[in-house]
Design a protein around this ligand. Sequence first.
Ligand code: NAI
Length: 351
Amino acid sequence: MSVHILDAMAREGFESFVALHDRKSGLRAFLGVHDTTRGPAFGGVRRWEYRDERGALLDCLRLARAMTHKCALLDLPAGGAKVVVLDREGVDWEGAYRAIGRAVEGMGGRFYTGPDVGTGERELGWMSGQTAYVTDPGPAGPGELAASTAEGVFRGIESALTHLDGEPDWNQRSIAVQGLGAVGWNLAERLLGVGAKVYGTDVLPDRVDLAQERLGVEPLRPGEEVSMVCDVLAPCAMGGMLHDLSVERLKCRIVAGGANNVLAKPLHGDRMHERDILYVPDFVLNSGALIRGTIFHLEGRREPVGVVGERVGAAVRSVLDRARDAGEPPARTAATLAEERISAWRAEAGT
Ligand code: NAI
């Protein structure tokens, strides 16, 4: 199926969408800027083995738009963007990331970029040689961003448990973390720190072994987490994990994790609501890195990770309370709220 890119941009209110190709390195990527009405756009660089160009393009659109939604819900003076890189053989990755850096620099501060799946300190280092509009690749960079995200998810889970039961009661809780990468690992550490029982899985067996050995995570085989009886399933890997089949297999009470675009389609959030499973919208929960990044770049200060987490916890509480009052799935409440705020910005700016 082909994608009519201009129609898709018009439907979603995108500002620009660029295809990047670098002859020398072999880079193939898309750079989408969704909204800059309230301030510059923020979004990381994702490198992934997409099945085809269409999949990469759609992911870029979805991820960039989700970034604007996060800005709207957290009331940040910024908007959303994303770079999506097609991971394939034979690419000179240093040259490729330098080319992305040059493209970002060419946007003159309209877009700030940073880490995402497939882009860590090494890649940020390559980009930072070309542009100032990128996360610092040093120790205060991606590690702190992932910690901010994990702290936000942790505090969001606390809000969700309190919403259902009046208190988090960590000692009595079991949580299954899908994906023990930067965010999942950090989250597991926090949950274990407050006495919760933590199960973990990853497609990389080494990560699971390491998490068992170093943190005390109970290992699960990949896929087992979906149908596990537990309080919380925390997806911290890739998007789209809740689809027609998986959503029927869930046996948890809450789904709340760091991964972006967890729902394959909005109707899967509705289905969880029907099944009495509390789904905490991903774009509220995982906004910790964005909060920290925008404050750092726009105000020149490093917001403490704990303060970032409190802000996310409060945003989750507000969305869950509104959803309860309206009797609707929280994902719908959050999306409506974000869209109303974005429309209000645009009306005020006359754009
Ligand atoms: P990462 O690449 O460090 O970790 C992802 C982990 O998930 C890897 O260990 C990978 O092997 C594993 N994985 C992939 N598919 C899996 C599957 N089907 N089942 C189990 N494990 C699987 O990435 P990071 O930074 O931890 O990000 C995780 C998610 O959180 C992504 O969706 C990302 O977009 C999102 N996110 C990350 C932020 C950050 O600050 N790093 C900010 C906001 C969202």
